[in-house]
Design a protein around this ligand. Structure first.
Ligand code: NAD
Ligand code: UGA
Length: 456
């Protein structure tokens, strides 16, 4: 039985996952180690460095009891029986495979640290999303083991979504564990199954071989992102033909074989993983001599890019072909609601394109304003940051709603309209608001894949 777990990487995955494990396994010591001292200090103080509904409460349950955060990665490796590796695996920006392949430098450093500092048999669990057959590469590194060391590598990809991480972890659709088809591999799988089985029903814990587990994670994200690009592609047709994307999504989503989720058209998907994991899949296909399969998946990313460009192009067109000197209020900067995460947020590209048109951009967001400042704070004196959406819209020619925060539904749009330049434009990039109502107030309203409501 495992008594001591270490997780390397205290990010969006490592922190919440370990907090939930610690809650359900009070007799297991759970340590989360990270090289970023600010992140460690924040977690250890009980104020997580990331915004995630319900997270702080979960951390508080176990902090100081059986949950601890530390910067001393090497020492903790020596104490651990099971080590989750949950470091970042961004897209490579240099050399071979740049812009496609996963950058595995953080992951490999971790594998080498484990080899150097492990003092007992260890089960190493890949939690990060990694290219297929990475576990095998890890095993090759571990072949240089010293006497007394023994390593078993499992793949246990994480399927949580930001904004719902705690409910996803508490009640997952499935937990997937891949391991070697050897007696030692099966025993290691058994140890990890025993951990999850404390709160996840056994029938939802799936086991597989390692590379099936690794590929399942890339495939799941590719399928989800593909749905978003598919509905966004249909939204473009709606805008040309007068069909309404909400009616179309409802009509196709009621087919049980298709299902209703992930059919919300918008400004495109963002987040740290969809694009990175698809590009990783594309690279994998190219590497394995499957160019047609690579192009198929690449189209999901191309369409996503197109959706963002289309959004700005329409803004320019309907606002009399010029945005120069005009103030645009961006409602939302996070890549989705209920997170402060701005990684790959559609708002980044949209803001860049508006700035290229010489617009003045005022960004507001309930959780991601600091993230926005880090990206655009130093880049231009035409970007402003304003926590209050009413003030952000003051004197603006247009509001562009980019994140589906529920609070944007209940704002007083009469008040917003009255403080704006006329004619006032509202671009709802998430189909969050009632276009009829906004039009009655006086706005010229443009949505995604729905008929325009304008008085021009
Ligand atoms: P993150 O950037 O938030 O966290 C990674 C952490 O690892 C950082 O705090 C970093 O300082 C730390 N780190 C890097 N190298 C280290 C080292 N050598 N030793 C100790 N710490 C180190 O990333 P994340 O969003 O948590 O994602 C982690 C992995 O999980 C990625 O592979 C991602 O694809 C995958 N994933 C993410 C999500 C999500 O919703 N964010 C969901 C499922 C899977
Ligand atoms: C996604 C997956 O949903 C998780 O299962 C996975 O674990 C995770 O990626 C990961 O590997 O990192 P996440 O990116 O946090 O989770 O959030 P999603 O809810 O999937 O949304 C992704 C993007 O798609 C957001 O920008 C969202 O606004 C957009 N989206 C989603 C739409 O535009 N329409 C939809 O119908 C659904």
């Amino acid at each position: 039985m495992i008594n001591r777990i270490l997780c390397i990487g205290a990010g969006y995955v490592g922190g919440p996952t370990m907090a939930v494990i610690a809650k359900h396994c009070p007799n297991v010591q759970v340590v989360v180690a990270d090289i970023n001292p600010d992140r460690v200090a924040a977690w250890q103080s009980g104020q997580p460095p990331i915004f995630e509904p319900g997270l702080q409460e979960i951390v508080k349950i176990s902090l100081g009891r059986n949950l601890r955060f530390t910067g001393d990665v090497d020492h903790e490796i020596g104490e651990a029986e099971m080590i989750f590796v949950s470091v970042n695996t961004p897209t490579k920006t240099f050399g071979q495979g740049a812009g496609r392949a996963a950058d595995l430098q953080y992951w490999e450093k971790t594998a080498r640290s484990i080899l150097r500092h492990a003092r007992r048999p260890v089960i190493v669990v890949e939690k990060s999303t990694l290219p297929v057959r990475t576990a095998e590469a890890m095993e090759r590194i571990f072949k240089n083991r010293r006497q007394g060391q023994r390593f078993e590598v499992l793949s246990n990809p994480e399927f949580l979504a930001e904004g719902t991480a705690i409910t996803d972890l508490e009640s997952p659709d499935r937990v997937l564990i891949g391991g070697a088809e050897t007696p030692a591999g099966q025993a290691a799988i058994g140890e990890l199954v025993d951990i999850y089985a404390r709160w996840v029903p056994r029938e939802r814990i799936l086991t597989a071989n390692v590379w099936s587990a690794e590929l399942s994670k890339l495939a799941a994200n590719a399928f989800l992102a593909q749905r978003v690009s598919s509905i966004n592609a249909i939204s473009a047709i709606c805008e040309q033909t007068g069909a309404d994307i909400l009616s179309v999504a409802r009509a196709i989503g009621t087919d049980r074989r298709i299902g209703a989720q992930f059919l919300r058209a918008g400004v495109g998907f963002g987040g740290s993983c969809f694009q990175k994991d698809i590009l990783n899949l594309v690279y994998l296909c190219e590497h394995n001599g499957l160019p047609e399969v690579a192009r198929y998946w690449e189209a999901v990313v191309t369409l996503n890019q197109h959706q963002k460009e289309r959004f700005v192009r329409r803004m320019i067109r309907v606002m009399f072909n010029t945005l120069a000197g005009k103030r645009i209020a961006l409602f939302g900067f996070a890549f989705k609601a209920n997170t402060g995460d701005t990684r790959e947020s559609p708002a980044i590209q949209i803001c860049q394109e508006l700035l290229a048109e010489q617009a003045h951009v005022c960004i507001t967001d309930p959780q991601a304003l600091e993230g926005a400042r880090q990206i655009f704070g130093a880049s231009s004196d035409r970007v402003m940051f304003e926590p209050d959406p009413y003030k952000a819209a003051e004197g603006a020619h247009a509001v562009a709603l980019l994140t589906d925060w529920a609070e944007y539904r209940t704002l007083d749009y009469r008040r917003i309209y009255a403080a704006m330049e006329q004619p006032a434009f509202l671009f709802d990039g998430r189909n969050l608001l009632d276009p009829e109502e906004l039009h009655r107030i006086g706005f010229n309203v443009y949505t995604i894949g729905r008929p325009d409501r304008t008085s021009l």
